[in-house]
Design a protein around this ligand. Structure first.
Ligand SMILES: Cc1cc2nc3c(=O)[nH]c(=O)nc-3n(C[C@H](O)[C@H](O)[C@H](O)COP(=O)(O)O)c2cc1C
Length: 312
């Protein structure tokens, strides 16, 4: 007799996901790019690359560099812009049959509002993920995400336009106290938090004595950041979101099922995978199956039983 399949379903502020796994923004384009490599329909949700009001060419090359336990990127929010996204990318996303969360970026609050408003009527879109934490844009990016007063302001503004779509605020880890920005988002109406974005970092080419990235600095992601991200998720879950009943989408270096389970135990309800997709696009499906194995081994019927269940 085969053992019952554990229940992997989770709920992100009313959006039901078949399992907790989703793509991390910017690492899977608009889905079509990965169609030949992995069956994305096996995920819980799809998260798009950041969309801005106008198209953006992005930063100077090189834009990515590998490090020993991860990578740095300074893409600079290169994207097709809102209009082309709606016309050219949404039809393919509709075919996925998954809830889609659109990551939105901008340099002014009005930019964010315009994009979020336009996404309200788009059927396949179930949520807006505010990228207030991109460290690679010179004109704004970082300020929104590192100052609790700015986080409060942008969250409150977006709260007014996100009616059908849930409002997810993606936090920057480049702060002294992440509970302060988390609290600002939650108190001003965030339905969920995504955490974390990349850590500002630098790689230097020692022969020519210049930074490798065209932008000088970039954001560090991958296995190197996982223990810091797990600590941040646990801090925010225990001090802010747990008591408020707000779910966390945890990310940062998830590559194997045990990494994902760490984030769940720390307090994440859902999980996003980014850098690991560049190594093995199929890992996201193995991670999902590995979570189910873990639950069976620990005699849990549902993934919800382990959310925040670390004995800390
Ligand atoms: C190449 C690349 C591009 C990214 N682009 C975006 C983006 O457009 N918007 C965003 O919010 N985060 C972006 N991120 C950050 C990821 O969504 C994620 O927060 C971070 O990489 C940590 O997860 P990981 O270690 O699994 O990659 C990007 C990350 C990488 C590696």
């Amino acid at each position: 007799m085969t053992e019952a399949q554990p229940d992997l379903t989770v709920d992100i502020a009313g959006v039901k996901l078949a399992n907790p796994l989703m793509t991390a923004s910017g690492t899977c384009g608009y889905a079509q790019e990965y169609a030949d490599f992995v069956d994305l329909r096996q995920l819980g949700a799809f998260v798009t690359k950041s969309i801005t009001l106008a198209p953006r060419p992005g930063n100077d090359y090189p834009r990515v560099v590998e490090t020993r336990a991860g990578m740095l990127n300074a893409i600079g929010l290169a994207n097709v812009g809102l209009e082309a996204f709606l016309k050219d990318k949404v039809p393919a996303l509709e075919k996925l049959g998954l809830p889609v969360f659109v990551n939105v970026a901008g340099t002014t609050v009005d930019d964010y509002l315009a994009v979020a408003e336009a996404l309200e009527g788009v059927g396949v879109v179930r949520g807006v993920e505010l990228n207030i934490s991109c460290p690679n844009v010179k004109e704004g990016g970082i300020q929104f995400g590192t100052d609790p007063a700015q986080v409060a302001k942008i969250t409150a503004a977006l709260r007014k336009v996100c009616k059908k779509n849930i409002l997810i605020v993606k936090l920057s880890p480049n702060v002294t106290d992440i509970t302060a920005t988390a609290r600002a988002a939650v108190e001003n109406g965030a339905d969920a938090l995504s955490m974390v974005n990349t850590f500002t970092a630098m790689v230097i080419d020692v022969e020519n004595r210049r930074p490798v990235l065209g932008n000088g600095t970039g954001g560090l992601s991958g296995p190197a950041i996982r223990p810091i991200a797990v600590r941040m998720v646990h801090q925010v879950y225990s001090q802010v979101t747990g008591p408020a009943g707000v779910p966390i989408i945890g990310m940062g270096g998830i590559q194997y099922a045990r990494d994902a389970v760490e984030f769940l135990l720390a307090g994440a309800t859902a999980l996003a995978v980014g850098t690991a997709l560049f190594v093995n696009p199929g890992c996201i499906v193995s991670i999902r199956d590995g979570i189910a194995d873990y639950l069976r081994r620990h005699h849990c019927r549902s993934v919800k039983e382990i959310i925040g269940a670390v004995h800390a």
